[in-house]
Write a protein that binds this ligand. Sequence first.
Ligand code: NAP
Length: 271
Amino acid sequence: MSYTVGILGAGKIGEALAMGIMARGLVPAGQIILSVRSERHRAELEARSGIRAVVDNAIVAAEADTLILAVKPKSVSDLIAEVAPLLGPGKLLISTAAGVSLELLESCAPEGTPVIRTMPNMAVGIGEGMTVLSPGRFVKSEQLEWATSLFRAVGRAIVLEEEHMDAVTGLSGSGPAYVYIIIESLSDGGVKLGLPRDVATELAAQTVLGAARNVLLTGEHPAKLKDQVTTPAGVTIDGILELEAGRLRVTLINAVVKAAERSRQLLHRLH
Ligand SMILES: NC(=O)c1ccc[n+]([C@@H]2O[C@H](COP(=O)([O-])OP(=O)(O)OC[C@H]3O[C@@H](n4cnc5c(N)ncnc54)[C@H](OP(=O)(O)O)[C@@H]3O)[C@@H](O)[C@H]2O)c1
């Protein structure tokens, strides 16, 4: 299955997605088309990405079979209304907007339009994204497979019931920001002990990457992997004691919960 992919609102996430999909060779550059609002942004985007960009959403909606909606949540309904005459059962509409429900998306589009709500994260731009997809009422299995394969080309992708989307938003959607803070803080620790900043940041980032890969590759519980590197009466347990005293676990759990709550509030404001 192959489609022309249109990205309506190619800002940070839309451009990252387009670059990732193109780089992985799933869809050639000539079968991707982007839209933005301003001519200046359009020209910069086209020069930077090598992908055709326009300021007319109708062109994208007419030419593409798969439409990825990547504007801010508050702009979603207006944008769908703008291209609605071009939508229908033959156009797959994929939304990346945080907190915008399938119900709202389907209500803005003509009856029968297949709609998929997604929550990707910024790492799609480097092929290491985490995306969760929830299909609407009119999505056929091959359309869901195609959409999943698009996001698998730029990282991991799984399908979940929509009820989990707020949790997903608080965890993998916002999560890169939390992990950047963790990396920066680990790096600060190295700098405090005299390491040059660039060395400390490389050590911190590769340590996070290695630990994350180990969790995904082995499928082991993180606690078991933690125990494997924590020698009795050794060095690491002293570091862990400080993390516990600083309530790192509770802080991270609360960060996910708070961000999920905010995602839920956003949904209520949009409805
Ligand atoms: N950033 C993330 O990490 C992330 C993660 C998951 C999901 N999301 C979701 O992805 C969506 C986009 O987020 P973002 O961070 O990529 O925002 P962004 O950088 O502001 O991108 C939005 C883009 O949409 C364009 N746009 C706005 N109105 C338009 C219209 N009527 N027609 C065509 N283009 C229009 C803007 O173009 P101009 O620049 O020309 O105005 C802008 O480039 C949001 O709904 C967000 O919830 C973001």
